[in-house]
Design a protein. Structure first.
Length: 137
């Protein structure tokens, strides 16, 4: 297991992708970007990320569909997904949960909150992997 977490950032808006990237630009993260749902699935396959930051409202394949497809794939079923969305109504969050999202952060997001959530999700995922590894011994 590598010490550098791979984070896949998926958003159709280049400015948002860059802003998320700048907020997470540290030596602890290897950042990979996708501009739409199709590219997100391709990048997930190529890089097997440790976390996916996924926009909901994208043309073509929206974030809910991308999330559902990732959850249906055994290789990516356990990858944490943090949905980044301007939608803050109960129905949208429920749809995201049903699709398999692990957490949500609303746009506009605050850098400190984003970094804290990312750090927590990655830490919990590392613990899960350690426990799975110990259970196999």
């Amino acid at each position: 297991m590598t010490d550098t977490a791979i984070i896949l950032i998926v958003d159709d808006n280049q400015v948002v992708r860059e802003m998320l990237g700048e907020l997470l630009l540290t030596s602890d993260y290897n950042l990979v970007y996708a501009k739409d749902g199709k590219e997100a699935l391709e990048k997930a396959e190529a890089y097997t990320p440790d976390l996916i930051l996924l926009d909901v409202m994208m043309p073509g394949m929206n974030g809910f569909e991308v999330c559902s497809r990732l959850r249906a794939d055994p290789q990516h079923a356990e990858v944490p997904i943090l949905m980044v969305t301007a939608l803050d109504d109960r129905e949208s969050r429920l749809e995201g949960i049903k699709a398999g999202a692990d957490d949500f952060i609303s746009k506009p997001f605050y850098g400190e909150e984003l970094r804290a959530r990312v750090s927590t999700i990655l830490r919990l995922n590392r613990y899960r992997r350690l426990l799975e590894g110990r259970a196999q011994l």
